[in-house]
Design a protein around this ligand. Structure first.
Ligand code: ADP
Length: 322
């Protein structure tokens, strides 16, 4: 049966570049003679029938905007079997031949539930955390590390003037990916991540003392959100070194803002690829990136994939921050 209608939803935490993906899906679908439908507020919209037809012009002027025009939601109800059945039933009633879900790990799990009820799903990795095991990159990560970098550059100016230590928490939930990339980009003296069990003396004090001996007068310490210790570390540094320290939590600025060209291009390519898969009758896949190339992996394999962490990059960061 040819694919006549494709629906799109964004779910979980928003990420800059989701709009670029939505735009690509809508336009690529229309070009192929497929009707695109937008589902608002993630899986909630599927339960509440918040579904509308999208046109070429409903996605005008959104490629440069952060957030998602379809809104996003965390829908605890979706864990319930009755609701999954209802969502699948609503898909059938709306004559949806396939759904493209843009979101993180949780959203992919939701798609897996729908797929098990016969709904054809394709997922795009959309999260600033870059913590989706099957893909080297997720939509929004590049923008988030650029935002964090430019914010910490500003913090550095004042840390430098006052010869202070700035301890900065960056996002990433249980993943240290944002912390490591941002840490390198801002020349952090130490980077604390959930993937590595740090020792305060060795990984912070010794590094501050060593770089101080080399003439360094101000310090940036990056702490990943998942550790939840930014204030504690700031207080310990002040107490043990006497260096005036400040703690900053960057927070949601990292989730918003205009997507970088990298995220816009990748999201656009992923959107077109997802439509191509569904139009060829291929479904229940996650679109992922390996060596800068897109590929499709089965949802259940994607969920089974083991998360790896680039410790080489972490070592490099420490090697040059002296
Ligand atoms: P993310 O997609 O960014 O990881 P969440 O973990 O909040 O964000 O998941 C987004 C939504 O996906 C949830 O609100 C829920 O509707 C659905 N979801 C998450 N985990 C599951 C699961 N194990 N089974 C079914 N649905 C899930």
């Amino acid at each position: 049966m040819p694919t006549k209608t494709i629906a799109i939803l964004t779910s979980g935490g928003d990420a800059p570049g989701m709009n670029a993906a939505i735009r690509a899906i809508v336009r690529s679908a229309i070009t192929k003679g497929i009707t695109p439908l937008g589902i608002k507020h993630g899986y909630s919209g599927l339960l509440n029938y918040d579904i509308w037809e999208m046109t070429i012009r409903t996605v005008s002027d959104i490629i440069e905007r952060g957030g998602t025009i379809l809104y996003t939601a965390r829908t605890p109800k979706f864990f319930n079997e009755d609701d999954i059945q209802k969502a699948a039933e609503n898909c059938r009633k709306s004559k949806i031949d396939g759904i493209i879900i843009i979101g993180g790990d949780g959203s992919i799990r939701g798609a897996d539930c729908l797929a098990q009820h016969g709904i054809k799903c394709v997922c795009l990795p959309g999260t600033i955390d870059n913590d989706i095991a099957c893909s080297e990159r997720s939509i929004g990560f590049d923008t988030a590390i650029n935002t964090a970098t430019s914010m910490i550059d500003k913090i550095r100016d004042t840390a430098q003037s006052h010869e202070r230590c700035s301890v900065v928490e960056v996002m990433g939930r249980k993943s240290g990916n944002i912390a490591v990339k941002t840490g390198i980009a801002v020349g952090a003296t130490a980077i604390l991540i959930p993937e590595y069990k740090f020792n305060f003396e060795k990984d912070i004090l010794e590094r501050i003392n060593f770089t101080q001996k080399m003439g360094k007068k101000h310090f940036i310490i990056i702490v990943a959100e998942g550790l939840n210790i930014v204030d504690e570390i700031m207080e310990k540094i002040t107490k043990t070194t006497g260096i005036d320290s400040r703690a900053t939590i960057l927070g949601h600025v990292q989730r918003g803002g205009s997507p970088t060209a990298f995220d816009r291009v990748m999201a656009s390519e992923m959107g077109c690829y997802a439509v191509e898969l569904l139009s060829h009758g291929i479904s229940n896949k996650v679109v992922a990136v390996k060596n800068n190339k897109l590929f499709a992996i089965g949802i259940s394999d994607a969920l089974k994939a083991k998360k790896s962490f680039d410790f080489r990059l972490y070592e490099r960061a420490l090697e040059i921050s002296i």
